[in-house]
Structures are given as structure tokens and as C-alpha cells.
Design a protein around this ligand. Structure first.
Ligand SMILES: C[S@@+](CC[C@H](N)C(=O)[O-])C[C@H]1O[C@@H](n2cnc3c(N)ncnc32)[C@H](O)[C@@H]1O
Length: 365
């Protein structure tokens, strides 16, 4: 089934699509583009009525809504939308490569993702791996949150697929927002800034880091303010066990992340480092005493230097492991690679590292 067949079916549903066009690009696949001369801010671009939503049916209790949709996608043979989905590549590329050589933070998140994937796989055994994988990622990459008004608060029970809406690509500087309008019972896309003719329509899926985008969707962004970098491992090298226990007792341990969009270190990180210079009078809520401030600044530098060394070491190991694949890229023109979105698979590690490397070095003054 090709795009034209899908679009002619979709047009027969009566939805007004006069403001948008579907077209394909090599970097982000299909997407929606404006076909109006100029779209003003706060303009209703597209309205998709509820009768088009594909919702989970919940006729077997031990499956989540997500899993019901997997089965629906695999069983439904006539729906033109599902037929079209079968022709779209939706499986993140990393699934085809061995992934034990990635940096630890990526591996940890991949494991969580794979655990969830396998939980569903083990409940739905009647399809082969390829079929299951296609259905799983079609839903994972395309579904939207939708309150099913059942008793479950589980997000896997409150989602649906909305044909056509699912052509919209993600951006950290989106030009639209989309939301369900309970009065019109439609999912609507509104402009949040003016949009030129042929400009791509985008919204923010979620404030996802590159690691999350890479795992869940198979792409990354070269400038992503939502990149985050967990520093637990570095703190374990920097603080004593007793100091770590103090941080944990205040529930600070899970809040120890750098965000690449932030200009400064967070309060929790500053307080964690401060423990290293003054444990006896430490309180998580007070500013460091003026006497300690100078010392604290030096401790910060020391800590950031440690992170920098760890990143360099990890990165060096990673380059060695990927030497054959990345030889030319890494040694010929590293910076160009950062902006070349056609290299999806390994670039995420490079960009994520470079991001934090830059962030950390900018803090060491
Ligand atoms: C909801 S679908 C959007 C439509 C999709 N591009 C298609 O071809 O059908 C989400 C998928 O689009 C791609 N995508 C979305 N935003 C992207 C972006 N900013 N850069 C690259 N790929 C993107 C990813 O493959 C993602 O899994």
C-alpha cells in the first residue's frame, strides 16, 4: 500500500486536511508540512475526530492497553491505515546491533526498555519476532496519551493511535501543540507561532533526552537541551559511603543529573559536593557558609575534572570498540558528523558525550 492509497482513504473520512500536506524526507521520514501561504499563531490547523482513534479494546484482563493494540495491529488486515503502517520503518536501528558496548547510562536505560518489551513479548507468543517487533514499535513510536476513562491510571492503558496525527515529527522548538478537545471530541493541532508555506509542522513529544529518543524512537537531535547525564557513578568515586548515605536519607540521590540546557549546576549537586568539605555542619537546606564558599568552588572544579576524565575514558573506550565503523568519521571531520543526521546509529553517543563534555568544561573556570 502506498501513500496515495492511504491518503485517498483518509480523505474519504471527511477530515479537512486543506492546511497540510504529507511528504517524505530522508532525515525524519514522513511528516506534515503547511500548505497555507502563512499560518497565524493560535490557528486550528487540523482536527481529528474521535471516531478515527484506534483505542485498545480491553477484552482480556491480563493485557495492558498497549498490548491490546499490538494484537489489533497484527490481526487487522483490511484497515488502510494499518496496511500503510506496514510499509513504514519504525524499529529503532540499535535493535539490529549488539549493544553491550555502549556507555553505561545508555546500557542501563536499554535494559529497562528491553525488560518492558520482553514482558509484553512473553505474554503475546502467537506471532513471530519480526511481526511482534513491528507492531510494538509502531505503537511505541506513534501512540498518544488518551484518557480512556477506565479505572486504570497506568499510562499503557491510556493511549491510542490517531491516523494522520502520527505523521507529526518531534522538535525541541515546535511550531504547534496538540491536545484533545473534550467539547468537539477531537484531537486538535494548534499553531503556537506563525508558520510559513511548506514549513514542517512539529510538536514536542515530550522533553526527551537523546538517550530516550535514541532508545524509544531511534533518532537523536544534535542540539537537545533535555539531554541529561546522571552523575551517581562519579559521586560514588568522590564521596565516602557515609556521605552517600546522608544524601540518600534526604532523597537527593535520584536528583543528581546534569541537564545540558541548564547553565548552572543544580542545588542538589552543589549540596552533594559540599558534603565533601564540611560534613559536620552540613544541612541540605542552608547556603554554604561564606568561609566554605571558596573551598566549595575548588571542590566543584575537582569534581567536574573527575567527570571529565571519566567521560574521556569512556569515550576513548567507545572509539576503540567502534574503530572500524567510525574510523573515518571520528578522525576526519568530527564536527560535521555532529550535524549529519543521516548517521543515526552511533552518533547519539558522540553527541551526548560532546554535549556533556562541553557543559562540564564550561563549568570548570
Ligand atoms: C510519530 S512518528 C512520525 C512520523 C514518521 N516520521 C513517519 O515516517 O511515519 C515518530 C517517528 O518519526 C521519526 N521522527 C520524529 N521526529 C523526528 C526528528 N526530529 N528527527 C528524526 N526522526 C524523527 C522517528 O522515526 C520516530 O520514531
Amino acid at each position: 500500500m502506498n501513500l496515495d492509497d492511504f491518503l485517498s482513504w483518509f480523505n474519504s473520512t471527511g477530515v479537512n486536511t486543506e492546511n497540510v500536506n504529507v511528504s517524505y524526507s530522508i532525515t525524519s521520514g514522513f511528516g506534515l508540512y503547511s500548505r497555507r501561504e502563512l499560518i497565524e499563531k493560535d490557528f486550528l490547523i487540523l482536527s481529528l475526530p474521535e471516531h478515527l482513534f484506534i483505542k485498545p479494546s480491553f477484552n482480556t484482563n491480563d493485557l495492558t492497553g498497549f498490548e491490546h493494540l499490538i494484537i489489533y495491529l497484527l490481526e487487522e488486515k483490511t484497515n488502510p491505515y494499518i496496511k500503510f503502517l506496514r510499509s513504514i520503518q519504525c524499529i529503532p536501528q540499535w535493535r539490529y546491533y549488539p549493544n553491550d558496548k555502549y556507555p553505561q547510562q545508555l546500557i542501563d536505560k536499554m535494559k529497562k526498555h528491553l525488560n518492558k518489551y520482553n514482558q509484553s513479548r512473553n505474554k503475546i507468543l502467537q506471532y513471530n519476532d519480526d511481526e511482534f517487533q513491528w507492531a510494538y514499535y509502531s505503537i511505541n513510536t506513534r501512540c498518544v496519551h488518551f484518557n480512556m476513562e477506565n479505572d486504570s491510571k497506568d499510562q499503557d492503558d491510556n493511549l491510542c493511535l490517531i491516523p494522520y496525527l502520527d505523521f507529526v515529527n518531534h522538535s525541541i522548538e515546535p511550531n504547534t501543540i496538540s491536545k484533545f478537545n473534550s467539547l468537539t471530541r477531537s484531537y486538535e493541532i494548534y499553531s503556537i507561532k506563525t508558520i510559513d508555506f511548506n514549513e514542517q509542522i512539529t510538536f514536542l513529544y515530550n522533553p526527551h533526552s537523546n538517550v530516550d529518543l535514541f532508545i524509544e524512537y531511534g533518532f537523536i537531535l544534535s542540539l537537545n537541551p533535555y539531554n541529561q547525564f546522571n552523575i551517581e557513578y562519579n559521586l560514588e568515586q568522590f564521596l565516602s559511603n557515609e556521605q552517600i548515605q546522608i544524601i540518600k536519607s534526604y532523597n537527593y540521590w535520584n536528583l543528581l543529573e546534569f541537564y545540558s540546557g541548564d547553565n548552572d549546576l543544580s542545588w542538589t549537586i552543589i549540596k552533594a559536593i559540599e558534603l565533601n568539605i564540611n560534613q559536620s555542619q552540613w544541612s541540605p537546606y542552608d547556603d554554604p557558609s561564606s568561609k566554605d564558599k571558596y573551598q566549595l568552588k575548588n571542590k566543584m572544579k575537582e569534581f567536574l575534572n573527575l567527570i571529565q576524565q571519566n567521560i574521556e575514558k569512556d569515550f576513548q573506550e567507545w572509539i576503540t570498540d567502534h574503530f572500524i565503523v567510525e574510523k573515518n568519521i571520528l578522525y576526519k571531520d568530527f564536527l560535521t558528523t555532529l550535524h549529519d543526521t543521516s548517521i543515526v546509529i552511533d552518533k547519539s553517543i558522540i553527541t551526548t558525550y560532546i554535549y556533556f563534555y562541553q557543559f562540564i568544561t564550561s563549568q570548570i573556570k
